[in-house]
Design a protein around this ligand. Structure first.
Ligand code: NAP
Ligand code: ZN
Ligand code: ZN
Length: 354
């Protein structure tokens, strides 16, 4: 393979785990025959960006340029690209490549690639020899197989969060066949949680939202929840003992998982999508006595991400967003830590050019 030519692009990133994000430059490759170059218009802000920038999960390589909820306009395509042409609107989520040949990749579950998926940021980059850099930047270059089409009827800035928060909630709700006649809990009304409420309610389930923020009750009902429970109130929690078919836990910090396991009925499932730093201590008795299942789920494959976007186009579903400029990102992280996001920050990337 001929080495691609490198170009410089503006970005916003962190130089160490304790430094704030600031303007920087990174290098991108010009498109190889199967690549699409995208000018980034909007990038959503995921709590995983914060976990990674601050090295809360370990393994962050600096400089770190996060961002994996990307919507933009195609500016260049490689000679063999068939799905996109310059001028098209396109999107990129949490992955930019995988081995494409292992059993998981062949099943369209690239997120579980046995050789390790290549994430949009902080993954080994086979072209540069360094790590991948994400969407807090002017441009990104991605293999067309990992680029998504965006339904034309949706507002672009509000589509960006679908690329992570959307697919991460859509995929488990589909996998565990959530639908009519089921009582479903969503824990935490943040970026992921609010999309979980929208999808579970679109799939026809009876949706109960658990929150630590009483001020979010009205919004939760507007977003599609049928009931809201303030999880800090044990009496309110007790009313729901042994009653849920399925619970999706989207909490970013340490919390008492047993308070939710005991709300599942026999054979019910609690699926974690939140990724707190510390292990959660599930009580054996909460699982064995009612044959309950405690599971996890990771984003979704490329085909399912496209299916989710098309579903959103058909049903007019997008994220509820608060638009920010790139120089407000550090403040946005602090607000995210205080659960003060309604319900996803999206960066207007035009603010990076100034
Ligand atoms: P977010 O917008 O910050 O939302 C997290 C929500 O959790 C908060 O809004 C809050 O909701 C609740 N919460 C926060 N601290 C809490 C605490 N100490 N106790 C109880 N509840 C608390 O974050 P996000 O972007 O949705 O991400 C959520 C988690 O999912 C993160 O850990 C992220 O890394 C992870 N994630 C996983 C995947 C995956 O593939 N599995 C993909 C993306 C993100 P209330 O105010 O309603 O209580
Ligand atoms: Zn994410
Ligand atoms: Zn693979």
């Amino acid at each position: 393979m001929k080495d691609p030519v490198i170009f410089t692009t503006k970005a916003f990133g962190a130089q160490t785990k304790s430094s704030p994000l600031a303007a920087t430059t990174i290098e991108r490759r010009t498109p190889t025959p199967h690549d699409v170059q995208i000018e980034i218009l909007y990038c959503g802000v995921c709590h995983s960006d914060l976990h990674t920038v601050r090295d809360e999960w370990g393994g962050t390589v600096y400089p770190c340029v996060p961002g994996h909820e990307i919507v933009g306009r195609v500016t260049k395509v490689g000679s063999d690209v068939t799905k996109f042409k310059p001028g098209d609107i396109a999107a990129v989520g949490c992955m930019v490549d995988s081995c494409r040949s292992c059993p998981s990749c062949r099943e369209g579950l690239e997120q579980f690639c046995e050789a390790g998926m290549i994430q949009t940021y902080n993954s080994p980059d086979k072209y540069s020899g360094g790590v991948t850099y994400g969407g807090y930047s002017e441009n990104i270059v991605v293999s067309e197989d990992f680029v998504l089409r965006v339904p034309e009827n949706l507002e672009l800035a509000a589509v960006a969060p679908l690329l992570c928060a959307g697919i991460t909630t859509y995929s488990p709700l589909r996998h565990w066949k959530v639908g009519k006649g089921q009582k479903v809990g969503i824990v935490g009304l943040g970026g992921l949680g609010h999309m979980g409420v929208k999808f579970a309610s679109a799939f026809g389930a009876h949706v109960v939202l658990f929150t630590t923020s009483p001020g979010k009750t009205k919004d939760a009902l507007r977003l599609g929840a049928h009931e809201v429970v303030i999880s800090k109130n044990p009496d309110e929690m007790k009313k729901h003992l042994n009653s849920f078919d399925f619970i999706l836990d989207a909490v970013s910090a340490d919390h008492d998982i047993n308070a939710y396991l005991e709300l599942l009925k026999r054979d019910g499932t609690l699926t974690l999508i939140g990724a707190p730093q510390k292990p959660l201590g599930a009580s054996a008795f909460n699982l064995i006595f009612k044959r309950r299942q405690f599971a996890g789920s990771l984003i979704g494959g490329i085909a399912e991400t496209q299916e989710m976007l098309d579903f959103c186009g058909q049903h007019g579903i997008t994220s509820d967003i608060e638009m920010i400029k790139i120089d407000q990102i550090n403040e946005a992280y602090e607000r995210m830590l205080k659960s003060d996001v309604k319900y996803r920050f999206v960066i207007d990337m035009a603010s990076l050019k100034k």
